[in-house]
Design a binder for this molecule. Sequence first.
Ligand SMILES: Cc1cc2nc3c(=O)[nH]c(=O)nc-3n(C[C@H](O)[C@H](O)[C@H](O)COP(=O)(O)OP(=O)(O)OC[C@H]3O[C@@H](n4cnc5c(N)ncnc54)[C@H](O)[C@@H]3O)c2cc1C
Ligand SMILES: *[C@@H]1O[C@H](CO)[C@@H](O)[C@H](O)[C@H]1NC(C)=O
Ligand SMILES: *[C@@H]1O[C@H](CO)[C@@H](O)[C@H](O)[C@H]1NC(C)=O
Length: 509
Amino acid sequence: MSLTTVSVRTLLILGLCQVGRRGLASAPEVKEQPKKIAIIGAGIGGTAAAFFLRQEFGPGVKIDVFEAGKVGGRLATENIGGDDYETGGSIIHPLNLHMKHFVDQIGLSPRADVPSKVAIFDGKELTFEESDWFIVNVFRMLWRYGLNFLRMHMWVESILDKFMRIYQYQQFGYSFSSVEKLLHAMGGDSFLTLVNQTLEEAMLAEGFSQVFLNDMVAPVTRVNYGQSVRVNGFVGAVSLAGADSGLWAVDGGNKKVCSGLLYNSKAVLIPARVTAISVKLRSTRAGATTNFYEVNYVEESGSAHSFYDIVIVATPLHQDVSQITFSGLSPPIPSTFPGQYHQTVTTLVHGILNVSFLGTNAKAADFRVTDVLTTDQKGSFINSLSALTPVHVAKGYRPPPANQRKVWKVFSPQPLSEDQLKQMFLSWDEVSETRWLAYPSYSPPQRRTPPFILHDRIYYVNAVEWAASAMEMSAISARNVALLAHHRWHEQTAKIDQEDLHTRLRGEL
Ligand SMILES: Cc1cc2nc3c(=O)[nH]c(=O)nc-3n(C[C@H](O)[C@H](O)[C@H](O)COP(=O)(O)OP(=O)(O)OC[C@H]3O[C@@H](n4cnc5c(N)ncnc54)[C@H](O)[C@@H]3O)c2cc1C
Ligand SMILES: *[C@@H]1O[C@H](CO)[C@@H](O)[C@H](O)[C@H]1NC(C)=O
Ligand SMILES: *[C@@H]1O[C@H](CO)[C@@H](O)[C@H](O)[C@H]1NC(C)=O
């Protein structure tokens, strides 16, 4: 990492404090503010959208957030063995500036750090085990993979440097009408190429070895996205950044960010499932006609509908996920877009691990590995196995060794059978299973990512997941969509899809 990148990043981090203050300043108001905005979904995408929309449109607009399940969506916890544990999105990168900003704004804090230790399991034995000594790890890597490992860090760093540009653009109020344009503004053609090829192709082209990909990279894409190195290169790089140091989570559970953002934005939570969205014409007092959106929903007391000026869809419009019908819109919006969401099953087990399952001779009492990643092997029924720490870590907490009963998290493509549990655990007293449609099944090249703009004033936050699905990506997309909604409402086209922002803004930092 060069000195200049460090200082640019520091500036960005400091600069983010200004974000809130920019607020309404961007609008020389040419038109009344919208009166009502609907957001569908109270995951991190929807609640971040509420937060940013409030920032853009001010205190006057009514913001309703519809949620069919629980606030937090794919950020969720389960109670097992007397404590709460993350079952969905769990780790946050140190340079995820929106997440950082939210946590500060809401008054939450990062969870206390607990030491971790990674190992890689090939179905028979542990082929790699992290040492407590940094230098030992470096030499082991050099010995086995030459410079691949160090070069990987540099490669991911260079992508991350470009990625960080988005914060500056958003700080200046710039927005993008498509995922492709957003990616292009960050990383130029190289980012577009990255989403359109597999991580494997991208890394082989960069000179990484196939052995390194199989041994070290695939385990990372498997734990983060349940998929192989054939995911797209961009989500692959995001995944590899997720193997950096300094990863964090929110004290008390990541989903607290969502409820905090809802509260902070003074949005109204409507516990209901949205079933349909249609466009209606309304004549104004002046005799002109404007269109507005009718949102139909089902709540406990029955069906109802409300009218909105702007609608934000913050849930995936893919098969089996949200089931929203759009009608009367031209051009029509499909209720499902092509492509599928990938199933990942999270199983929490309160029990005692059979360490021999991992082919190790270590005594359970000495076994301190916390994260077991796996290589892509036929017949392997797990993606990863991790010793969990509760969402809140008490002072002086020390992770118990493997000979004691504790909570393990298994990611697998299919639910675990009783027999599979028996292979892994000597005993257990509680099991909790969550079946997620977790993230897209990535299979580049991709025809086209879904649009941010579904209709005149209907926006789609989750389009971004086809580049990469992560909390921060939803937050970036939420900010983009809030800016887009604002600029399009006030017809400020100069803040949309500007080319070459990187060069133009360089002088402004
Ligand atoms: C197992 C797992 C591990 C992950 N690990 C990480 C990680 O470590 N780090 C990371 O950054 N990301 C991780 N992710 C990805 C991350 O969790 C997601 O990208 C992010 O949470 C998506 O947020 P969202 O708000 O866009 O969508 P969601 O969280 O899915 O929110 C959509 C919400 O809309 C609601 N909804 C759906 N349909 C309707 C309807 N018709 N009417 C009303 N409400 C509706 C849903 O109930 C849901 O609450 C992981 C995901 C999974 C599943
Ligand atoms: C990705 O590849 C597909 C098919 O090869 C092509 O149609 C599409 O335009 C490409 N997208 C980008 C962003 O390069
Ligand atoms: C633990 O796992 C090993 C290796 O799979 C197996 O041989 C052994 O029987 C298991 N122990 C118990 C008590 O189930």
